[in-house]
Design a protein around this ligand. Structure first.
Ligand code: NAD
Ligand code: ZN
Length: 341
C-alpha cells in the first residue's frame, strides 16, 4: 500500500510502498479517507531534536484521520465493516494503575500512532478496536479527520469551569483557536486569544472570540482595560509552547486563577514562580484526550452547533502532500487536509 514515510534521517517526508498491516484478533483495519497534518508531523518533517530522538526510521507517520472499517479481528465486537471511524491515537497498556482506574489518558506506557508505531498517512491503518471511535452520520469526513487535535482543545478547555469566566488563550494555532471557540461555545464571558501571527489571529476572529491580540504590536493590559477587566483572567489555556507567552499569561491571571498547559515548550522555560505562589494559581498539564470522555464531549459540542469548518483552510490530494506540508510550515494556514480517495 501507499504510505507517507520518514525514510531517511534528514528533513523531508516521502511517498513509499509498504506492506499492508496485519489485523490481530482485537484490531480494526481502517481504509483511510482523509488525513490532516499535525504540528507534530511538521516536527517530524523538519527532523528536529525531538523527532530525531523519537521517530524510528524508516516508519510511516500521521495520526489525524478518518476512514472506513475494511476488516476486523475475530474478537472485535461493536463495529461492522463499512463503519465510518476516527481513532484515539494514544494506545494505552490497560494494566497500569491509571489504566485500571479508568484514567487511560494518564497511562505511563502510552504509545503514539504515527510516533512510536506506524501511522495513518497510509492507505490502511490497524489500531486496537478499543481505540476506534464510531462517527455519527452528521459529522462530516473533514471534521472527523481533525477530532484528534480538536480533542486536545476540548480536553484542555474543559479542564476548568468556563461558564461566565474570562479566559486567556495564548497561541492561535489550530488547537488554540478551537479551544477559544469551545470556551465561547460553553459560555465563557471574555475569550481573549493571543499570537504574533496576523493570519492566525484573523482566523480566530471567525470564531467569535472577544479579542484576538497580536502581542508583538498590542499591549494585553490595554486590551483588558478596554474590556473592563481589572483583576485578571480566571482561566488560562496555554496553546503556544512559547515561554514568553506562558509568562505573559501568568502575569495577567487573577488570584486563584486556573491554568491548563497544552503547548510543548521547545526547551527549558523559566517562569516567575512568585506569580504562581502569591496568586495561588492552579496549573494543570494536559496530554492528549480523555479516553473516551473527551470524544463524547467533542461530538456533543459539534452537534450542539459549534461549526469548525473555518479552521479547515487548505485541502490537497495525497499526491500533493509536499504542498500540504509546505503550507503548514508557512504558518499561513489553519488545518491542512490530505485526501486519500
Ligand atoms: P501551532 O504551532 O500551530 O500554534 C502555536 C501558535 O503559537 C503559533 O500560531 C505561534 O505563532 C504562536 N505563538 C508563538 N509565540 C507566541 C507568543 N509569544 N504569544 C502567543 N502566541 C505565540 O500549534 P498547534 O498545532 O495549534 O498546537 C498547539 C501547541 O500544543 C503546540 O505547542 C503543540 O506542540 C502542542 N500540542 C500538545 C499536545 C499535548 O498532548 N500536550 C498535543 C498536540 C499539540
Ligand atoms: Zn496503562
Amino acid at each position: 500500500m501507499k504510505a507517507l514515510a520518514k525514510l531517511e534521517a534528514r528533513e523531508g517526508i516521502w511517498m513509499t510502498d509498504v506492506e499492508k498491516p496485519e489485523v490481530g484478533p482485537n484490531d480494526l483495519l481502517i481504509r483511510i479517507r482523509k488525513s490532516s497534518i499535525c504540528g507534530t508531523d511538521v516536527h517530524i518533517y523538519k527532523w528536529d531534536d525531538w523527532a530525531q530522538k523519537t521517530i524510528p526510521v524508516p516508519m510511516h507517520v500521521g495520526h489525524e484521520y478518518m476512514g472506513v472499517v475494511e476488516a476486523m479481528g475475530s474478537e472485535v465486537r461493536g463495529f461492522e465493516v463499512g463503519d465510518r471511524v476516527s481513532g484515539e491515537g494514544h494506545i494505552t497498556c490497560g494494566h497500569c494503575r491509571n489504566c485500571r482506574a479508568g484514567r487511560r489518558h494518564l497511562c505511563r506506557n502510552t504509545l503514539g500512532v504515527g510516533v512510536n508505531r506506524p501511522g495513518s498517512f497510509a492507505e490502511y491503518l490497524v489500531i486496537p478496536a478499543f481505540n476506534a471511535f464510531k462517527l455519527p452520520d452528521n459529522i462530516p469526513d473533514e471534521i472527523a479527520s481533525i477530532l484528534d487535535p480538536f480533542g486536545n482543545a476540548v480536553h484542555t478547555a474543559l479542564s476548568f469551569d468556563l461558564v461566565g469566566e474570562d479566559v486567556l488563550v495564548t497561541g492561535a494555532g489550530p488547537i488554540g483557536i478551537m479551544a477559544a471557540a469551545v470556551a465561547k461555545h460553553v459560555g465563557a464571558r471574555n475569550v481573549v486569544i493571543t499570537d504574533v501571527n496576523d493570519y492566525r489571529l484573523n482566523l480566530a476572529r471567525k470564531f467569535g472570540v472577544t479579542r484576538a491580540v497580536n502581542v508583538a504590536k498590542e499591549n494585553l493590559q490595554d486590551v483588558m482595560h478596554d474590556l473592563d477587566m481589572h483583576e485578571g483572567f480566571d482561566v488560562g489555556l496555554e496553546m503556544s509552547g512559547s515561554g514568553p507567552a506562558f509568562n505573559q499569561m501568568l502575569t495577567h491571571m487573577n488570584h486563584g486563577g486556573k491554568v491548563a498547559l497544552l503547548g510543548i515548550p521547545a526547551s527549558g522555560v523559566t517562569i516567575d514562580w512568585n506569580n504562581v505562589i502569591f496568586k495561588g494559581l492552579v496549573i494543570k498539564g494536559i496530554y492528549g484526550r480523555e479516553m473516551f470522555e473527551t470524544w463524547y464531549k467533542m461530538v456533543a459540542i459539534l452537534q450542539s452547533g459549534l461549526d469548525l469548518t473555518p479552521i479547515l483552510t487548505h485541502r490537497f490530494s495525497i499526491d500533493d502532500y509536499e504542498k500540504g506540508f509546505q503550507t503548514m510550515i508557512s504558518g499561513q494556514s489553519g488545518k491542512v487536509i490530505l485526501d486519500w480517495d
